[in-house]
Design a protein around this ligand. Structure first.
Ligand SMILES: [Fe+2]
Length: 353
């Protein structure tokens, strides 16, 4: 039986907030149990949804009062996230439930969104109330952005999913690393600034993360997995944005899933300014690709030399590593030649004077 398991790592250390979170988890579990029953009763599900909604709203009020009582500096941002969930996400889900007369599909959609949102919010935003927060990278020089981004992604993978991630390529170009799930998120800010991010997860990695949340071996990707992963990904990017204040003001405009073909077409059209591939110590691979960021410029060496991905085969990963080494060597040759030329030029200039 799939159940959302309460873990000590979800605790923020404020007793009443931890207790309310646990109640929320148990209510989600009750509905989850009902949703797995083919003979589900519409009235019972309706009451279950109503209770989750009521408890969430009440909990948000308590949490907001607590944040104000301790003068939490990011209160406005946190409240904005709560408001978005209670005034936009929940009403949209409720409308779908009513329209479909509490169909099994709409209940699973409701649960998928709630589980993804509650778990990721508890693991990140609520932890920040008590000071457990990621580094903020403000005014860092462009040449240090990639390293800061890599460090932040590794830290978030650990905090949110208990994954030991390691970057294995900084020039990922869409190579096949198994069955994948690709989500694209488009953010917009003032002055037509646009930040387009694609997150690519190996299916087995996603299933492992979801199985750990639901304390059961989730064997295949279904609508529930997609909805949970959608909200986990969204929260992952929210945290990433918070770590880079320059992009924090952008708002999510659109999100969608990409097929493998659409992903390859996107790579063929335009290489992202930043495209990082990570391994997670045997659990699976994931990639982070961002384009057109005015703030995260992704100053990767020789990124423009790769325009199209290779044909797919089982050796893709070996090729990724090989190419990383090759591009690195090319970069150092290029640097050496430039330095020699610069040295020769200054000698020549000195002689002329
Ligand atoms: Fe919260």
């Amino acid at each position: 039986m799939n159940q959302v398991v309460w873990k000590d790592s979800y605790k923020i250390g404020v007793d009443f907030i931890d207790k309310e979170h646990q109640v929320l988890f148990s209510r989600v579990n009750k509905l989850l149990k009902l949703s797995q029953n083919e003979e589900k009763n519409e009235w019972v599900c309706r009451e279950g949804v109503k209770y989750i909604k009521h408890h969430t709203e009440e909990h948000f009020e308590h949490e907001e009062a607590y944040m104000q009582s301790v003068n939490y500096s990011d209160y406005e941002i946190h409240k904005r996230l709560h408001d978005n969930f209670r005034f936009v996400t929940l009403p949209a889900l409720e409308e779908e439930l009513e329209r479909t007369e509490y169909s099994m599909e709409s209940i699973r959609h409701f649960l998928g969104v709630c589980i993804g949102w509650v778990v990721s919010h508890t693991k990140t935003e609520d932890q920040a109330i008590v000071g457990k927060t990621s580094n903020k990278w403000a005014d860092i020089p462009p040449e240090e952005e990639k390293a800061a981004l890599e460090a932040t992604i590794i830290q978030l993978a650990k905090e949110m999913f208990q994954l030991d991630a390691k970057m294995i390529s900084e020039q990922y170009a869409g190579e096949d690393f198994g069955k994948m799930i690709c989500s694209r998120f488009i953010y917009r800010g003032g002055n037509k600034a646009k930040w387009e991010v694609t997150l690519i997860f190996e299916e087995c990695l996603l299933l492992k993360v979801i199985s750990s949340i639901l304390n059961a071996d989730y064997p295949r990707v279904d609508d529930m997995v997609l909805n949970v992963s959608r909200y986990l990904s969204r929260q992952f990017l929210e945290k990433l944005r918070e770590s880079f204040p320059a992009i924090d003001l952008m708002e999510l405009e659109k999100e969608c899933l990409l097929t493998r073909e659409q992903l390859l077409n996107a790579f063929a059209r335009e290489q992202p300014s930043c495209s990082l591939l990570f391994s997670t110590g045997g659990s699976g691979y994931f990639a982070f690709c961002a384009s057109s960021a005015d703030s995260i410029r992704g100053n990767l060496p020789l990124r423009s030399t790769i325009r199209t991905p290779w044909p797919l085969s089982g050796n893709s990963l070996r090729r990724i590593r090989r190419r990383g080494r090759k591009e690195g060597r090319r970069f150092w040759w290029w640097m050496t030649l430039n330095l020699c030329a610069a040295g020769w030029f200054s000698c020549w200039k000195g002689n002329m004077i």
